[in-house]
Design a protein around this ligand. Structure first.
Ligand code: ADP
Ligand code: MG
Length: 696
């Protein structure tokens, strides 16, 4: 095997390759466009495209594609080969600058939420020059943004890039106020921890629910679940180890810094975390990671489940979005500083995040909303649907001391003076951890823990970046006018914390008391996706995103429609799958087993044995449950039919949640009881126990 250093990035057209394969002038022009967003001349693009093609062909690529993130939740690609006729029936390999920088896929088949009339089906993909091209499946993939003919974004990358620009602009204004003129760029960075399940592929193939919906719609509780917490950080099973090893190698080839891997809390559950990086690249990489997880799993006879809640009764999977903001001079703005002046700057950025999370808590909740994630949030395994922040005792005490003009007495009990130029010097707090908090400060970054495992990290970071940008804008507006910078700064930090400290909660977020306490504090508790999504098109949201050029009102409304429709479609497909499974597999299994039992009873009677209590009782049970099953099936079918009468999307989504979903839960209850009665050889679906303990 090649060394990791050779392997790493070997399928990426990265800086090293560019430097080696481009002339100095072209390289410099490209770098300038990358760092400053200047226009890329076509002649430069042509040279770059040609070099990329040569490099890719040497690596075995035959095709290229613009690789983008439409609103489907997965990435999209349309492969085109490099071949071009050269006369004499011969071909040559060609790739032009025009093909590199811009594509025109038919946009009509992607969700647009009514943005684009069907006669305007044209969409454009535009090269995101800040994210390197790479090779996947013998195809050169160009990361691109995707927008409509009239320039409205139809993807997740465009608004993400806009939000990164917003936070860059406002953070720079704030840094200038601290006399910092060296920093040219401020970037939000992300390290997503990715949870997933691995089960045996043969079992996966026998579960239509997993195939069509990603989660089990039926399944009785296994005798052993996660009671012992014996899976967490446990040693890796050989098949899992082999999978992880190959996955690491595939990811390294793509330049993805896969760093940690371990078993998670639930049986068959695992986690992978890369080293953090620039948000849009981290997002691209996370999409690739999820895709790679699925394909490597298949090669190992496994199926990788990325649904937020594949199994009822055991933990679901989330994604932890570790987020911070850093400068091109290498400073993390959320890192407590070494000098009082640095600390003042840190505290200002810290209270900016506190205010942003408080002011835009509903939007952060929206960013974690989906039909699948509704199963997790508030279910004692993931944070509740209430947004709050964990700061840790020490930082909270410091802020409280500032707020009340008290001296902060640190752990060593030395009083620390709190003034304007002399803010307390404090070590970063890395000791206490709170795993129940949706938004936790962990020393020099915030960890947003509400995301579902299959989420793109684009959505939450668009909101986080924009919300923080807005607060920084307000701070900069205020402080730029100040003639007494230091005292105004101290007052601003103090007032901001005072006004927004309700969002800080260091206790147990899973407790019932917190729900009551949060309500007293006036925090939003948007329990389901249907409750949350309307916040996306609220006046506050429209104003926020418009002010920073992240979403126009029409773009927001289109996304609202897409998300609501997605919610309805998800439940609709789940309901149809349930109906199909019950009719096609579960009822026949019950009938078969009932047949077996009657046969035994008949044989016994023929032998003059009239004691067949067991068979009779079982038959009675199953017959009763079966008739109940039929009733529940009819109710679900009727609810599904009725759902189609609802014209307005919000009403329809509400109906799916309250009626269809309830009918599904009732149907499941009966099926799960039947599973415990019907002989295993007749039951068509692999059990929870078999799936969760299938990989050794
Ligand atoms: P855990 O939260 O499980 O203790 P780590 O502290 O190792 O895990 O970090 C988890 C993720 O956070 C990793 O992807 C890591 O690269 C990322 N991370 C670490 N520091 C930062 C930072 N300053 N900004 C953003 N992400 C970070
Ligand atoms: Mg973590």
């Amino acid at each position: 095997m090649k060394g990791i250093a050779d392997l790493f990035g070997s399928l990426v057209f990265n800086d090293e390759v560019m430097r080696a394969r481009l002339t100095d002038d072209v390289y410099k022009a490209l770098k300038k466009t990358m760092s400053q967003g200047t226009h890329l001349e076509l002649d430069v693009a042509n040279v770059v495209a040609n070099a990329m093609k040569d490099w890719a062909v040497e690596k075995g690529a035959t095709h290229f594609t613009h690789w983008f993130h439409p609103m489907t939740g997965i990435t999209a690609e349309k492969h085109e080969s490099f071949i071009s006729p050269a006369g004499d029936g011969k071909i040559i390999m060609k790739f032009s600058g025009k093909e590199l920088v811009r594509g025109e896929p038919d946009a009509s088949s992607f969700p647009s939420g009514g943005l684009r009339a069907t006669f305007e089906a044209r969409g454009y993909t535009v090269w995101d020059i800040t994210s390197y091209a790479f090779i996947k499946d013998a195809t050169l993939c160009i990361p691109t943004a995707f927008c409509s003919y009239s320039g409205e974004s139809l993807d997740k990358k465009t608004p993400l890039l806009r939000s990164m620009e917003a936070i860059n602009k406002q953070a720079l204004r704030v840094l200038r106020l601290f006399g910092n003129s060296a920093v040219k760029q401020v970037t939000s960075v992300v390290g997503p921890e990715q949870e997933y399940f691995l089960i045996d592929n043969e079992m996966f193939q026998k579960r239509p629910d997993l195939i069509y919906t990603g989660r089990t719609l039926f399944g009785a509780r296994p005798p052993k679940g996660q009671e012992f917490d014996d899976h967490y950080f446990g040693s890796l099973k050989p098949r899992v180890f082999a999978f992880m090893k190959e996955l690491d190698e595939e990811l390294w080839k793509l330049g993805i810094c896969a760093k940690t891997k371990h078993n998670e809390v639930a049986p068959a559950q695992h986690e992978l975390a890369p080293i953090y990086g620039t948000t849009n690249i981290a997002t691209d990489h996370n999409q690739l990671t999820m895709e790679m997880m699925k394909s490597v799993a298949t090669r190992h006879g496994l199926a990788c489940l990325l649904h937020e809640k594949p199994f009822a009764g055991v933990n679901g999977s989330g994604k932890h979005n570790n987020w911070s903001v850093s400068t091109d001079t290498g400073v993390n703005l959320l890192e407590p500083g070494r000098t009082p002046q640095d600390d003042a700057q840190f505290l200002l950025f810290l209270v900016a995040v506190i205010k942003a999370v408080d002011d835009y808590q509903e939007l952060l909740r929206v960013s974690a909303a989906s039909a699948g994630n509704d199963h997790r949030l508030g279910a004692n395994e993931a944070p509740p649907a209430i947004i709050s922040m964990f700061l840790g005792d020490e930082l909270t005490e410091i802020l409280e001391a500032i707020e009340s003009d008290q001296d902060y007495v640190g752990k060593e009990k030395h009083p620390m003076a709190i003034g304007v130029t002399v803010l307390p010097h404090f070590p970063k707090d890395s000791t206490d951890r709170n795993r129940t908090s949706p938004f936790a400060f962990t020393g020099n970054k915030f960890e947003f823990r509400m995301l579902g495992s299959n989420f793109s990290t684009a959505g939450p970071n668009i909101i986080l970046n924009t919300a923080v940008a807005e607060v920084l804008r307000q701070f900069a507006d205020h402080l730029e006018k100040s003639s007494e910078f230091n005292s105004d700064l101290a007052t601003l930090i103090k007032d901001t914390f005072r006004k927004h400290k309700r969002i800080v909660f260091n206790g147990n977020n899973y407790s019932d008391e917190w729900v009551i306490e949060a309500e007293k504090r006036g925090l939003a508790n948007l329990r389901t996706t249907v409750d949350a999504l309307p916040e996306f098109v609220s006046k506050k949201s429209v104003e926020l995103f418009a002010a920073h050029g992240v979403f126009a009102k029409s773009e927001l409304h289109s996304r609202y429609e897409i998300l609501m429709e997605g919610y309805c479609k998800t439940i609709h497909i789940e309901a149809l799958t349930m109906i199909d499974m019950v009719k096609g597999e579960i009822i026949p299994a019950c009938i078969d087993y009932q047949g077996d039992l009657s046969k035994v009873m008949k044989q016994k009677k023929e032998c003059g044995e009239f004691e067949s209590m067991l068979e009779e009782e079982l038959l009675g049970h199953i017959a009763k449950l079966s008739s109940c099953l039929l009733k529940k099936l009819t109710t679900l079918e009727a609810a599904l039919l009725e759902s189609q009468d609802k014209q307005e999307i919000f009403a329809q989504a509400g109906f799916y949640r309250d009626r269809v979903f309830t009918a599904m839960a009732e149907l499941r209850l009966i099926v799960d009881q039947l599973e415990t009665l019907v002989a295993k050889k007749h039951w068509p679906l692999p059990s929870y126990a078999r799936m969760l303990y299938s990989v050794v």
